[in-house]
Design a protein around this ligand. Structure first.
Ligand code: ADP
Length: 237
């Protein structure tokens, strides 16, 4: 502790409220019903959505589509080669991504179906679950799944005793608190909230506000990416 913020600047030169560079693209995987690609800092992540497809398998519901999600980090996505076997961390993240997105979707139009979300992390840089959620939400929109709102996520936290937005890998590992949050901004709802570390109630409230402002910026990028695929095509006709 003590060298992550110097003269108000973080190790990568950002101010405390700055997001890392963010690039979002829709429709990157042609074989999928919907897809997206995100570069958030050094995170590079593809999301592909398949379905809703009819299923009579155990676990399907008469009332709505059942979502399955697989978050997977490729063996070359980290500094040291990661085991290709699914880790406990990947199983947990698959679940939280699924849960963060489910409440945004209107699934009762698709009874007895399965909707698969595949998240493939090619390169990771801290905040990969948040980046995956922001990308998966536009992949679901690309697949035509009706939704109440897009979901956008970001990890805020505390480093060197200061609240910061969008933790890098180094800040995630060496900082005091990692707090990934996902929002449905129009609904004024939080769909994911995890916290690793300790902060005061006042700090927590401030951190949520900072995350919300960051989520607004991410939402603009999501809308731009969707617009690029759908509205520019319409304009070309
Ligand atoms: P998130 O990516 O959502 O921040 P974590 O806080 O669990 O999730 O992980 C932080 C970062 O640690 C990841 O983004 C990744 O860069 C790195 N990491 C995670 N798992 C491994 C692993 N098995 N080997 C090496 N680095 C890892």
């Amino acid at each position: 502790m003590g060298n992550l913020i110097v003269d108000g600047k973080r190790t990568d030169g950002r101010g405390i409220l700055d997001l890392r560079p963010l690039k979002l693209e829709v429709g990157s995987i042609k074989n999928a019903a919907g897809s997206a690609y995100i570069e958030h800092g050094k995170n590079k992540i593809y999301v592909a959505v398949y379905g809703p497809k009819d299923s009579h398998r155990y676990g399907t519901s008469m009332e709505k589509a059942v979502i399955r999600c697989r978050y997977h980090m490729s063996p070359f996505s980290t500094d040291e080669r990661k085991s290709p076997q699914p880790s406990r961390r990947e199983i947990e993240i698959s679940k939280v991504i699924r849960d963060a997105l489910e409440s945004s979707l209107i699934l009762d139009e698709f009874p007895k179906t399965l909707l698969d979300i595949y998240v493939e992390v090619l390169q990771s840089d801290g905040g990969s679950r948040s980046a995956s959620i922001s990308a998966a939400s536009i992949a679901l929109a690309d697949a035509g799944i009706p939704m109440k709102d897009l979901v956008e996520a970001v990890a805020v936290g505390k480093v060197d005793g200061t609240l910061v937005v969008d933790l890098s890998d180094k800040e995630d590992k060496e900082g005091e608190v990692d707090l990934p949050i996902a929002f449905m901004l129009n609904e004024n709802m939080i769909t994911l909230l995890q916290m690793d570390g300790k902060m005061t109630v006042e700090e927590f409230k401030e951190a949520v506000k900072m995350a919300m402002e960051a989520a607004k910026k991410i939402k603009e990028k999501q809308k731009e990416a969707l617009g690029k695929k759908y509205f520019e095509k319409v304009d070309e006709k």
